[in-house]
Design a protein. Sequence first.
Length: 80
Amino acid sequence: MKLNIVVYSKSACPQCDTVKMLLKTRDITFEEIRIDDEAARLAFFEKCGPSVRQMPQVFINEQRVGGVAGLQAALAQLAR
């Protein structure tokens, strides 16, 4: 199954670096979209919903899985 993974991140974000490293060490390709502008980031959060207020945000096949813990859970589920 081909996965389309998009990571929305910002600069100087340790959690963003963790997500990208996790994907790279598993040799999983992904697209990174950096949102360093505060206004653009707030607009992105609004689009995602009221519970989203932090980076990174990972989407797999256009479905939001969340940050580090969400990505780990999704990868574990896909490995089954």
